[in-house]
Ligand binder design. Sequence first.
Ligand code: 5RP
Length: 311
Amino acid sequence: MAEKDTTQVSAEKAYYEDVPPPAQSFHVKGAAHAEWGLKDRLSRIFSPTTGHTVMLAFDHGYIMGPTTGLERMDIVIPNLAPHIDVFMATRGALRTCVPPTFNKGIALRSTAGPSILADDVTDEVLAVDIEDAIRMNASCMAIQTFIGSPFERQTIDNLNKAINAGNRYAIATLGVVAVGKQMERTTRFFLLATRMLAEFGVHLVKTYYCDDFKKVVAACPVPIVIAGGKKLPENEALTLAYHAIGDGAAGVDMGRNIFQADDPVAMVQAIGKVVHEGYSDKRAYEFYKDIAGNDKPVVKRGRRGRPKKIF
Ligand code: 5RP
């Protein structure tokens, strides 16, 4: 039994009788009515201060093998960790290259499919059990869909299975609008695909920037993060991020434009300036040039010249 509490405080002070409860609102589009656990996870993705996110996608190896810039994920990735909000990766990459002390958002790549050596990379299946997503403390599961491809129905099935499982445990689902080689990249397509995914019940959507992007954002009831795509010169990648944020994207989920940059650590920080601090693309590029080369990813070496332990 608890001891008798003898501390005396005036009832008025303790109960703030004249103070109304603080107004409650939530910073993530479409999630105001979500439950506490889901909001907690979404807050690891979208900064409660800016409402935005810098996600680093490094899941390329699952179809492409050791992609340029990611040959040594165990060395490259920890250097980028301090400057991002979310890592998007496969469970194998996360378990081996991201220290569990990272404690930020995790977008767990939860589908798998054929490699680039196969005829069609769109033939994806749901690969990760919800139990493993829970074990990985995933903030969201990333599920790729190929709307308009021969495997459209199968990838929609993957997505809905993940949403149903995630809903049981308040784990969000990130719907990825992937574009196969032969598929169109028009505003009409992105309007259709992003809206479909949102109506299936994803909590955030990843898609490509396009003409009339403001319309795509307006018609999508959940936040949109933009994909980076193939490597661009650093100034152009910053311009892409700047336009996307200006047109209402809630963040970026970039891969090659960060880890293939001349200086990935400087680039990820410059992207962060655009996404979280309202920098223009030009100012962010000046920032990039100022710091590039000063902070080259350092391979910390221990005794015998081996890379130092990261965790
Ligand atoms: C593919 C993905 C990948 O994670 C993403 O495209 C890779 O990032 P980037 O294209 O920026 O290198 O979601 O649909």
